[in-house]
Design a protein around this ligand. Structure first.
Ligand code: HGY
Ligand code: MN
Ligand code: MN
Length: 412
C-alpha cells in the first residue's frame, strides 16, 4: 500500500489550522488546558471528527473520542494523543498524533475498510499539566489513576478551578471516565528529542517511558536591605533556590548517564533589585527510566533540601505535583510497530521516551505502544519544533498499517 493512501496534505493543513487557532496577536501559540484557545481547538477537532462521520463522545473530564463503530460492539482499538500545549509551543506535539489518528480512519474509510471492532481516535484533556497538575491528567482519570472529583477540584496555577473551566468552555461531558475501555492503544508522536535525527533513523518503536517526578518547592528566608545586610547575616531564599538548581545539575544529573533534572519555574518575592528575597517558589522536574535510580535521585534531593535548610537558615516545604513510575509498553505491539516500519523499508530503532505521554496511562488498562518520528534539531516545547512532511507521512503510514492489521482482527 503506498504511503499516498494517507492524505498528507490534509494533515499538514489541519496541523496549521489547529496551530493558528491558538496563536495570539504576536503569533505565539499557547493552548493551555481548558483555556479559550483549548475551546477553539476542541471545536475545530470535533468538527473534523463529525465531518468524517464519527460519533463524538465527551467524557466528564473533557476527553474527546471520535468513534467509528465496527461489525461487532467490542472493545475498540484506540489511537490518540492530546491537543493542549505548553506556553509558546510548536504545532506538532500531541496534535500530530490526534490528527494522524483521524487521518488513518479517513484513509481506511476511503479504501472501503470495514473494521471488525470499533476504531476510536482520542484527544485527552490536559496532557501538559502547565495550568493544572499533574500532567497526563485526562488519560490518568480515564485509566482510573485519579478520581474524577479530585481532578475537577484541582486549583490551577492561575487560581481557577478545573471543573469550573471545563464547564465554562462547554466540555464537561456526560460519558463516565474510562467508559471506553480499549483493547489496545497506539500513540503516534514526535520524538521531541535528538536521537532519531542524530542516528538517521526514520521511525522509533518506543519500548518504555521514563519515571517523572514533579515537585513545587517553597523556600522561606528573611527580606532585608541589599546594601546594609552583611553576607553572614543573610537568610537569602533566592540564593538557596539557586543552590537547588546547581545541585540538580552538578550532582544529580552530572552523576548519571540517564537522569535529567529541570528547574522550570522560579519566582522570587518581593522580586525587586534591592531586597534580599524572603521567598522563592520553584519547580523541580526529575526523570529517569530506571525505577531505582529514579527513586534514589528523589531521595538525594530530599536529603539535600534538609541540609540546605540548616546551612542557609531557611525553611523549605515541598508539594508533590506529579509522580509516575517508569512504564514498559506492550512488547507485541512494539514488535508490530517495528515490523510495519521495516515492511515499508523505513529504518527503525527501539527506544525510550524521555517525555511523558498519554500512552503511559493507557498502558495501565490495555496493551499500549508509541510510534516516534524525528524532531528537527531535537527541539520541542518550542515554536521551532518541526518534523519534515516526509517523516510525518512515514509515521502516519506505520500507524495506518498497524491499525489496519489490528482492526481487521488478524493475529499475525
Ligand atoms: O512533561 C512531559 O513530558 C509531557 O510533555 N507532558
Ligand atoms: Mn505530547
Ligand atoms: Mn508536550
Amino acid at each position: 500500500m503506498s504511503q499516498s493512501e494517507f492524505d498528507l496534505a490534509r494533515l499538514l493543513a489541519r496541523l496549521d489550522a489547529l496551530g493558528d487557532s491558538a496563536r495570539d496577536a504576536d503569533g505565539v501559540l499557547s493552548r493551555l488546558a481548558l483555556s479559550e484557545q483549548d475551546r477553539a481547538g476542541r471545536d475545530l477537532l470535533a468538527g473534523w471528527l463529525r465531518a468524517a462521520g464519527l460519533e463524538v463522545a465527551i467524557d466528564a473530564i473533557g476527553n474527546i473520542f471520535g468513534i467509528w463503530r465496527g461489525e461487532i460492539d467490542a472493545a475498540p482499538l484506540m489511537l490518540g494523543s492530546h491537543i493542549d500545549s505548553v506556553v509558546d509551543a510548536g504545532i506538532y506535539d500531541g496534535c500530530y498524533g490526534v490528527l494522524a489518528g483521524l487521518g488513518v480512519i479517513e484513509a481506511l474509510q476511503r479504501n472501503g475498510f470495514e473494521p471488525v471492532f470499533p476504531l476510536v481516535v482520542a484527544a485527552f484533556t490536559n496532557e501538559e499539566g502547565n495550568r493544572y497538575a499533574p500532567d497526563m491528567m485526562g488519560s490518568l482519570v480515564h485509566a482510573g489513576g485519579l478520581a474524577l472529583e479530585r481532578a475537577l477540584a484541582t486549583v490551577g496555577s492561575d487560581g481557577t478551578l478545573l471543573g469550573d473551566e471545563l464547564r465554562r468552555i462547554g466540555y464537561a461531558g456526560d460519558l463516565p471516565p474510562g467508559a471506553i475501555r480499549p483493547c489496545a492503544y497506539l500513540e503516534l508522536h514526535i520524538e521531541q528529542g535528538p536521537m532519531l535525527e542524530h542516528d538517521g533513523i526514520r521511525i522509533g518503536a518506543v519500548e518504555n517511558l521514563q519515571g517523572i517526578s514533579w515537585q513545587e518547592i517553597t523556600i522561606r528566608g528573611v527580606a532585608n536591605h541589599a546594601g546594609t545586610t552583611p553576607t553572614r547575616l543573610r537568610c537569602d531564599a533566592g540564593l538557596a533556590a539557586a543552590r537547588v538548581a546547581t545541585f540538580l545539575r552538578d550532582e544529580i544529573a552530572a552523576g548519571s548517564a540517564t537522569t535529567v533534572a529541570t528547574v522550570g519555574k522560579l519566582r522570587l518575592h518581593p522580586d525587586v533589585i534591592n531586597v534580599i528575597p524572603s521567598r522563592a517558589v520553584l519547580t523541580v522536574d526529575l526523570r529517569d527510566p530506571d525505577a531505582e535510580i529514579f527513586a534514589r535521585a528523589e531521595a538525594r534531593l530530599a536529603e539535600f533540601l534538609e541540609w540546605l535548610a540548616a546551612r542557609d537558615g531557611v525553611e523549605i516545604d515541598c508539594r508533590r505535583l506529579a509522580r509516575f513510575e517508569p512504564v514498559n509498553f506492550d512488547p507485541g505491539l512494539v514488535a508490530a510497530v517495528d515490523a510495519a516500519a521495516t515492511a515499508r523499508g523505513y529504518s527503525c530503532r527501539r527506544m525510550t521516551s524521555g517525555a511523558g505521554h498519554d500512552a503511559q496511562m493507557l498502558a495501565r488498562i490495555c496493551p499500549a505502544a508509541m510510534i516516534f518520528v524525528p524532531s528537527r534539531d531535537g527541539i520541542s516545547h518550542n515554536p521551532r519544533e518541526h518534523t519534515a512532511p516526509d517523516d510525518l507521512a512515514a509515521g502516519a503510514a506505520v500507524l495506518l498499517d498497524v491499525t489496519r492489521k489490528l482492526a481487521s482482527g488478524s493475529a499475525d
